[in-house]
Design a protein around this ligand. Structure first.
Ligand SMILES: [Zn+2]
Length: 345
């Protein structure tokens, strides 16, 4: 059992309320870094001093936050109105168990029972507006005694390994966080490595915006979990990325064209070390790379991701070999970094 992935995915950190995850990561890395601090946004920023052989400041980023829900009002019957924090697929919500607020009050996402729906209601998707979180409170006063407006609700999903695959919540992006923790446990790199465990990615890359500005790196590597759509399809289309095919390397997404020098370095490093990899098919989606790349006078940046099925739902699935290979590839890439790679002429 991968205890790191288990502990990180079972911890709760819906965007804007990342404290539990941040403290867990802080405790995991504190003995392996020289300095750490938390900035005003809540980003955990840690410096691992290098040997000085390579004159670069290298930022490695992983966002800590996960998609979830936020309580916006109470109904008179004691149920909770909510909206999404981060991009959500409403279809994945009904019947799911959630934990609400810092006291982790258990609730279930409910709607009108299927028996009481007419034919057209049965065939349409229930909108989030028509769902409620039910914590078993008998009226509004009972609900408001336990829950505050603004409390986050997170999914309750136990981490489990099924052979080489693992299921759990929030592999997006605790898989990236776990990989970054593993990188910090290594011996010092030839350069100063600044790890940024950032907040509020899922609501618009907000934590990385301030973190990258503050860190002022020469080069940045972003560790992520990217949605894999590799299930049987009626049409003969190749998957964007597939589970078990190795780390997913970005060349383009909705917010970036990745730095071509870094993309070449990553793919060449993978080939040299016999690490499988796949180029993520360009298309939608985005990562912290979009804002890190454009901070100050621009930062060369690239992204390596663990492919994950069912992103932004209560239960995701990853392949554990893909995860291990992301750690290997990120480490090998860092060790191949030189000042020349980021010089333009
Ligand atoms: Zn993510």
């Amino acid at each position: 059992m991968n205890e790191l992935l288990k502990n990180l995915t079972e911890a709760v950190g819906v965007s804007g309320e990342e404290k539990e995850v941040r403290r867990l990561i802080r405790d995991l890395i504190v003995d392996h870094v020289d300095e750490w601090h938390v900035d005003a946004m809540g980003n955990l920023i840690a410096l691992k001093k290098g040997t000085g052989a390579v004159n670069l400041r290298v930022m490695v980023d992983a966002h800590m936050d996960e998609v979830g829900l936020i309580v916006i009002d109470y109904d008179s019957n004691g149920t909770l109105k909510f909206s999404g924090v981060g991009g959500f697929d409403d279809r994945a919500l009904l019947g799911k168990v959630v934990q609400v607020g810092s006291k982790k009050i258990t609730g279930v996402i409910g709607a009108r029972p299927i028996h009481l729906l007419n034919a057209s209601q049965r065939s349409s998707v229930v909108k989030m507006d028509d769902m409620r979180i039910d914590i078993g409170a008998k009226n509004k006063d009972a609900a408001s005694a336990k829950i505050n407006i603004g409390d986050r609700a997170a999914f309750v999903t136990e981490y489990e390994e099924l052979g080489l695959t693992a299921i759990g919540k929030s592999f997006d992006n605790r898989a990236g966080c776990a990989a970054l923790v593993e990188l910090l446990r290594e011996r010092p790199y030839p350069f100063d490595l600044i790890a940024t465990f950032t907040v509020q990615e899922e609501v618009g890359l907000r934590g990385a915006t301030t973190a990258a500005y503050g860190v002022q790196p020469d080069v940045a590597l972003i560790l992520e979990c990217t949605p894999a759509y590799d299930l049987p399809n009626k049409d003969d289309v190749s998957p964007n990325v597939a589970l078990g095919e190795g780390p997913s390397i970005y060349v383009m997404d909705s917010g970036t064209l990745q730095d071509p020098r870094l993309v070449s370095l990553i793919t060449q490093t993978a080939a040299d070390n016999n690490i499988p990899f796949q180029i993520r098919r360009p298309g939608g989606g985005g990562t912290n790379t979009a804002v890190i790349q454009r901070v100050r006078g621009a930062i060369p940046a690239a992204t390596i991701a663990v492919p994950g099925r069912y992103a932004h739902t209560p239960t995701m699935m990853i392949n554990l070999d893909d995860y291990a290979n992301v750690v290997k590839l990120a480490k090998a890439t860092l060790l191949n970094l030189t000042e020349d790679i980021v010089k333009r002429n």
